[in-house]
Design a binder for this molecule. Structure first.
Ligand code: SAM
Ligand code: SF4
Length: 436
């Protein structure tokens, strides 16, 4: 479909969180060993991502690889499996050094304080990771944010915490399929603040049932009272197999008006916009730690929901949203004896690598670095991707000598621009993905 036609439709076609999307991954024709996949890769500054798939409740809007469990021993089993996988990574990626650590989910704060200790112990012993020496991020949900867990996180040197607020209005939260106790969110954030983490991020969602412009701005004002260093504003997507899709709740396209009002408020309060979803306060600390560049450096994921990136191959466990699919993948992971085989992912040929670079750069407010592109690929981005001219012609981007940058109109259409920039091959794979 042409860009002109797409622009007439919804501003919310799809979130290009990472390119290519996991729904474009498939079983590899020939499984490869981990050692082979990483053989020629630089491994001096890697991102280590650990995925914890457990949650206290499965929220109605959520399509992440996550599940609830009634069996507490399953969490211990999961940590044992992470340790087993980390051992394999340590062996097969000898000499790897990590520059960033993120523990996400699901809900990592589902782990008890003792389990958090155990997880950090595994990362230190198996992979030599010292979170005190690296920027380290940890995700929490209000329902399991407590003093014992936060003390453990502080003791291990976590400097960024991110908590899913979604909305400060309890009725709106219920409508999103996330019932909660009165006062739970404010108490959790206050506790996070008391523990003195350098960076606090709050996630908010706009476009849910029953939300008005006034109530959205009221939620933002409530968030701002905590002076978070970062805010993520997510437009609600009602995705297949999620609780909201069963209830047939459709967000109306009041979302764009809510986005604009939210963005304007945050800019007025001194926040800088880093992307369509991400805002950072002027008082946020600069990142200190080893140099890391997401366009260049690889990622190692632990857990079946985590992706790993090398230059030529992105891989992970399989993806599912529905309860049965998630359970099957998780059970398989818990039973895996040999983590040294890579059998599911997406191979990036040179064209896909160029597209990935462009999409990742362009969807950030600071834009696509043309010199960095030239250095990496030996050609001009505008020559390789004629789509860039079209974006400029439609007023969605401006081309300077150094950068191509989305305009305000382009940034608010990030979820149109991103999917439109995907290759034909990626689009076809995504369309052909069998949802489970
Ligand atoms: C891993 S969760 C955050 C941590 C924690 N599990 C929690 O929910 O509090 C990541 C974030 O993605 C956002 N999100 C997930 N599914 C979404 C959807 N369908 N539409 C909009 N935002 C979504 C939510 O804001 C959520 O907080
Ligand atoms: S939004 Fe967070 S708590 Fe809710 S199901 Fe998703 S990952 Fe779990």
């Amino acid at each position: 479909m042409s860009l002109a036609t797409l622009l007439l439709g919804s501003a919310y076609q799809g979130y290009s969180y990472a390119y290519p999307h996991k729904t474009a991954y498939r079983p590899l024709a020939t499984p490869r060993t981990l050692a082979d996949v990483w053989a020629d890769e630089p491994r001096g500054a890697l991102f280590l991502y650990v995925h914890v798939p457990f949650c206290a409740v499965r929220c109605g809007f959520c399509n992440l690889f996550a599940t609830t469990t009634r069996d507490a021993s399953e969490v211990e089993g999961y940590l044992a499996a992470i340790e087993h996988q980390a051992k394999t990574v340590s062996h097969d990626l000898s000499g790897a050094r990590y520059a960033r650590l993120a523990i996400g989910g699901g809900t990592p704060s589902y782990l008890t304080a003792a389990q958090i200790d155990r997880l950090f112990g595994v990362l230190a012993q198996q992979l030599g990771v010292d979170p005190c020496a690296l920027p380290t991020s940890f995700e929490l949900a209000p329902v399991n944010t407590d003093a014992a867990r936060l003390a453990a996180l502080r003791a291990h040197g976590v400097d960024r915490v991110s908590i899913g607020v979604q909305t400060f209005d309890d009725d709106e939260s219920r409508a999103l399929g996330r019932p909660r106790r009165r006062g739970e969110v404010a108490a959790a954030i206050a506790l996070l603040r008391e523990h003195g983490f350098a960076t606090l991020n709050l996630d908010l969602i706009y476009g849910g049932a029953g939300q008005s412009l006034e109530s959205w701005l009221a939620s933002l004002e409530s968030a701002l009272r905590f002076e978070p260093e970062e805010l993520y504003l997510y437009p609600l997507y009602v995705r297949r197999l999620t609780g909201l899709s069963h209830r047939d709740h459709r967000p109306d396209d009041g979302r764009l008006a809510l986005y604009r009002a939210g963005r304007d408020l945050l800019l007025e309060r001194g926040y800088r916009q880093l992307s369509m979803r991400m805002f950072r306060a002027s008082h946020a600390p600069a990142t200190v730690g080893p140099e890391y560049c997401c366009q260049r450096d690889g990622m190692v994921g632990l857990g079946p929901g985590a992706r790993s990136y090398t230059t030529e191959l992105h891989y992970s466990g399989e993806y599912a949203v529905g309860r049965t699919g998630v359970r099957a993948i998780l059970d398989r992971y818990l039973r895996t004896e040999d983590h040294s085989l890579v059998d599911y992912g997406f191979a990036l040929d040179p064209e896909e690598r160029r597209r990935r670079f462009v999409i990742q750069g362009l969807l950030q407010a600071e834009g696509l670095d043309l010199a960095a592109y030239r250095t990496r690929f030996g050609n001009d981005a505008e020559r390789d991707l004629s789509e860039l001219h079209e974006l400029v012609a439609h007023g969605l981007a401006t081309a300077g000598a150094d950068r191509i940058t989305l305009t305000a109109a382009g940034l608010e259409r990030s979820d149109v621009v991103g999917p439109w920039l995907a290759s034909q091959r990626v689009r076809q794979l995504m369309e052909g993905y069998a949802w489970r």
